[in-house]
Structures are given as structure tokens and as C-alpha cells.
Ligand binder design. Sequence first.
Ligand code: PLP
Length: 390
Amino acid sequence: MSLIASSAQKVIPPGRIDLAIGQPSPRLLPFAAMAQAAAHAGADPERLLLSYGTEQGDGRFREALAHLLGPLYGRAVDPAELLVTNGASQALDLVCTLFSRTGDRILVEEPTYFLARKIFADHGLTPVALPMDEEGLVVEAVAEALRGAKPAFLYTIPTYHNPTSRCLSTERRRRLAELSRDRGLLVVADEVYHPLAYETPPPPPLASFCREAEILSLGSFSKILAPGLRLGWLQADPRRIRRFTACGLLDSGGGLNPYTSGIVRGALELGLVETHLALLKATYRPRLLALCTALRKALPPEVRFLQPEGGFFVWLEFPDGVDTEALLDPALERGLEFMPGPRFSNRNALRNCMRLSFAYFEIPDLEEGAARLGRLVRETPAGVAFGDRR
Ligand SMILES: Cc1ncc(COP(=O)(O)O)c(C=O)c1O
């Protein structure tokens, strides 16, 4: 077992094509760039990198981050709107700590990011599932849900949604921002995939409405540089940022991740993050095209999916009656893994759906994975709904 595999959160057995894993392959991790950035940051004459950091996060890092985000978001970003975090997961956990209490209702999408569900469960929150369609979250359903008791917040993934890869339309973003402003609805927008656009740029992030509506936008270096950095940011109106900088966690420990953010500032100043992001996009786009082509070839035509325009995932919808949970064991026996739909459901539904990721494996493995999936659904009893085609 290699050192990387042994220290990884998830170890993939040899021979398995694990399309459940939603993270970059080791080959895509920027070791050389980070060494260069660390050397640049180490020349810090004030020797502050290893001190307790200012609560909001180092101003020079936030400035460099704002420069990165401006072109990605299509509008200038004010460093005063940014708070440094240990990644989107930690930011979400802190949002729950500061803006909800055990037993509160929160609004979430159906389906939603499966591990966000776990963070909400840790805080004893009750998710109310709202429908999505091809344009993303159905905003009318949010308005409807606000007729009852006010939820602590809405959690949404507007761009290249996990798991569906759908994008909330421009019009719905505007409408959601209006609802947030008019009804005082706190919207937690998880925008970690926004920079990973492979076709036309997505609509403006919900972050761009943060001055006029109650929006907390979460971003992360996990998807554009490396997840092991555990570095991200929260973007909000500076008045709302103060709720974070005054909290006990930051008061006691100082700003989050000053050392890593100092090194990543080096990477930003040297232009290495843009270069790496360009490499990621140039790698993921052909992978996504290859996977979708291979799926079209391998799967019966009743299996529906939209070719994503960004992010990490392809969301498959099988005919009703196909049980993707039941397909998992036979899949593992055939050296294939995927994420069954119910993991993303707030109602233990979506049994006929599954999520595949093209971020980890290279094209030949993605093609082989699609072929294994095709054989699996045609040859196992859990693929019941294909009738004569099996
Ligand atoms: C929607 C979404 N949010 C958050 C995360 C985790 O981000 P981080 O590594 O910054 O904690 C992921 C990772 O898969 C994700 O898909």
C-alpha cells in the first residue's frame, strides 16, 4: 500500500473502479506548486505565519483570494466580505453552531450533499426536504415552506449541485435572494463547485447577493487546489462576518488556519492557483465527456442523465423499480463502486438513482467503469425494470 493510500480517508482496493469517490486523484494534487508557495511564504519577514492569526483571517490572504474570486464570480469581491475557514465542512458546522439550536427545522434540497446531512444531524436539526427540477431548487417551494414556522436557514448548492450537477437558473437566484431579503431567510449557499465550469460560465454565485440578502456563501480550496489543505472561506456581509469573528472558537483559537492560508497566499500571489485550476478543468472536462459517452453506450436507453457542465458528478436516474442500494454488493464483487441515491435523500427515497464521479479516475478506468455498470444492470436481478433488454 502506498503512503498516499495509507494516509487517505478512503482507501480504494486494487482493481476497484470507485466512482463513488468525489475527490481529485493523487496525480492531480499540486505538490510542486505547494512547495514553491511554501518557499515564497517562508520568506515572511514579520515571522507571523506561526502565530495566532487575526480572527477573520489574514488580510493579505483575503485580498489575494478576492483577486482570484473576482473573475470567477464575474464581479469584484471585497476582502471585507471574506472569512477564512478550515473548509466548507467546518464552515457549515460553525454556521449550525451560531445560527441554529437543537430541534430547529432547516430547509434542504432533495437530494442534497450526503455529508451535510450528517453535520445537520450532529446539531440535532430537522431537515425539511424541498423539490428540485432541471433548473435546480424550486424556489416556489421555499416560499411555500416559509408559510409555517421560520426555519433556522436554507442550505442549498446552487452551482453544479452535489449530487445532481444541476445549476440554479439566474432568475431563480434573483428570486431566492429576494425571498431571503424580504422574509429574513438565512440562506447558506454551498458554492464549492462554482469555479469548476467546463462550458459556459454559470450564473452569478449567490455570494454576489450577500450585501442585499441574508446569504452566507461557502467556498473551498478542496475542489480547486487540494482537500488536504483544509482551507476555505465564507463570504457574507461584513456585519454578519462579525458574528463569526466574535464567536468563542475564534476568540480562543484566533483565525482559522493561519499557516496554511499563508502558504496558499504564496500560491495565489505566484499565480499557481489559476494555473492549477486551468489544469483541473482541462483534465475533468474530457473525463466527463468520456464517461457520458461510455454511459450512453453501456446503459439501456431508459436510464436518464444530464451531461453536467461543471463540478464532479453524473447523476443517473434508472426506471422505477431499480434498486441501486441492492445493486451495490454485486457491483463491489465486479470491482465497481458508486453512491446509491438514498444516501442523498432526506426521506430514504431516490432508490432508482445513483451518483458517479469523474474526478478521481482517468479516462480508460471511467470507460471500464461504465462498461461494468452496463453489464451489472443488465445481468443482476436488482435491475428489474429493464424487462426484455436484460
Ligand atoms: C457540496 C459540498 N460541500 C462541501 C464539501 C466539503 O468541502 P470541504 O473539503 O471544503 O470541507 C463537499 C465535498 O465533497 C461538497 O461536495
